[in-house]
Ligand binder design. Structure first.
Ligand SMILES: NC(=O)c1ccc[n+]([C@@H]2O[C@H](COP(=O)([O-])OP(=O)(O)OC[C@H]3O[C@@H](n4cnc5c(N)ncnc54)[C@H](O)[C@@H]3O)[C@@H](O)[C@H]2O)c1
Length: 391
């Protein structure tokens, strides 16, 4: 058994469950230089956090994250709470000498993200990672590898969509995700942030400017009597509360290498439960990923004879593939939750090696700047908005 890495996690609902699964499993499937110890779970309500800790496998609980981040048995703080809490918790954790994994989007504003990146930069001995988990899909890692190897040449187009439908019903309940104060933005920051990160990660380039549209289709929603999953229960006489974020975002972007990118993020695409599509067209080939077929990556190699050239589907479950060989035999598919385990694997290896696994807080800040440019452009009739570079 390797030395332990004590983990304290704040939040225990959707991401809390996904992260717990990763902390429980990472060292059981991958050789890790440190063994995660699920030391303490943080929440606000004693009974609820105790029940969650029992269910998810945490040894102890705290009802105030301020006590959690200073505990001696905590080496790393994992933040799975809404965006309005990220900056405060992450900065306190870094100042207490703890490594941090913080969910995306890194914060609700550029100013908060800047403060977080500055705190991380002030503590280079600590790892500070942003939870853009979809990067950890094997097919996405393979796409990055192929772009890096020059297999599709110079990037000319990126087409990226993140489509959901859980708010398409006008009676879907009011939840924190439709509140600007708690969530920062709507579809833009919640799901659009993921495809911005994926586009930049796979191409190895940055967005330098955008022209954007945002729309809120349903301006008030019923307050639920109870919450479950992304929604909750409403009654015909549930009071209504205003929606203060975007329901959908669409924007064009320019990549630092000169290529063009098109993005769409929405919660109003009926039938698209949770679909991510990413296509990259380069000067000598194309790559295409679809989360609904996440174990595959489509590759078109334009250097092949036209007679036989065509998109081919690579089954990304071979031992030589990213994260391959640690789970099941080839062809035995992976799912949504495996990406969270991969995130923990890369994070723990980074901690042990004194490295800064990406996406760092600086990477999270860069995405935040893109989200900000989208909002500025949309508020100004879609006028071109540069992604303001760090001073
Ligand atoms: N990486 C991904 O793919 C992914 C997916 C979904 C959500 N997220 C992100 O994860 C974060 C959490 O989202 P979620 O879907 O898990 O939300 P959720 O509503 O399911 O869970 C939020 C949790 O935070 C707790 N919480 C809220 N305020 C708190 C406070 N002040 N102190 C302590 N606990 C508090 C709640 O009790 C709950 O346990 C968000 O930033 C979201 O954008 C990331």
């Amino acid at each position: 058994m390797t030395a332990a890495l004590g983990v304290g996690m704040v939040g225990y609902a959707f991401m809390g469950a996904a992260h717990s699964q990763a902390w429980r499993n990472a060292h059981r499937f991958f050789d890790l230089p440190l063994t995660p110890r699920m030391a303490v779970l943080g929440g606000r309500t004693e009974d609820a956090v105790r029940a969650a800790a029992g269910r998810l496998g945490w040894a102890d609980v705290e009802t105030d994250w301020r006590r959690l981040v200073v505990r001696d048995d905590v080496d790393l703080v994992d933040i799975g709470t809404p965006g309005d809490t990220h900056a405060e918790i992450a900065i306190a954790a870094l100042e207490a000498g703890k490594h941090v994994l913080c969910e995306k989007p890194l914060a609700n504003t550029v100013a908060e993200a800047q403060a977080m990146a500055a705190a991380a930069a002030a503590h280079p001995e600590l790892v500070a990672m942003t939870g853009f988990t979809y990067r950890r899909m094997p097919a996405i890692q393979l796409a990055r590898r192929l772009v890096e190897q020059g297999r599709i040449g110079t990037v000319r187009h990126v087409r990226a969509q993140y489509l959901q439908d859980w708010l398409a019903d006008e009676r879907a309940p009011w939840v924190w995700r439709v509140d600007r104060e708690q969530a920062g933005s709507g579809a833009l920051g919640d799901v659009g942030a993921h495809v911005v990160d994926l586009a930049q990660f796979v191409t190895g380039e940055s967005l330098t400017g955008v022209s954007a549209m945002l729309e809120t289709f349903v301006r008030e929603r019923p307050v639920p009597t109870s919450l479950h999953g992304l929604g909750g229960t409403v009654t015909p006489d549930s009071p209504l509360r205003p929606v203060t974020v975007d329901d959908a975002a669409a924007f064009l972007g320019r990549l630092s290498g000169g290529g063009m990118a098109v993005f769409e993020a929405t919660r109003f695409a009926w039938g698209r439960r949770n679909q991510i599509r990413l296509e990259v067209n380069g000067s000598s080939g194309s790559l295409a990923f679809d989360l609904e077929d996440m174990n595959g990556l489509l590759f078109f190699d334009a250097t092949e004879p036209a007679e036989t050239a065509g998109f081919r589907r690579i089954d990304v479950t071979q031992p030589g593939h990213p994260y391959g060989g640690s789970w099941w035999p080839p062809g035995h598919a992976l799912g949504y939750e495996h990406a969270f385990t991969h995130q923990v694997v890369d994070l723990v290896r980074g901690v042990a090696a004194h490295e800064h696994p990406a996406p760092t807080f600086a990477d999270g800040l860069q995405v935040q700047r893109v989200l900000d440019a989208v909002e500025r452009s949309a508020a100004d009739d879609s006028r071109w908005a540069p992604v303001v570079a760090p001073a």
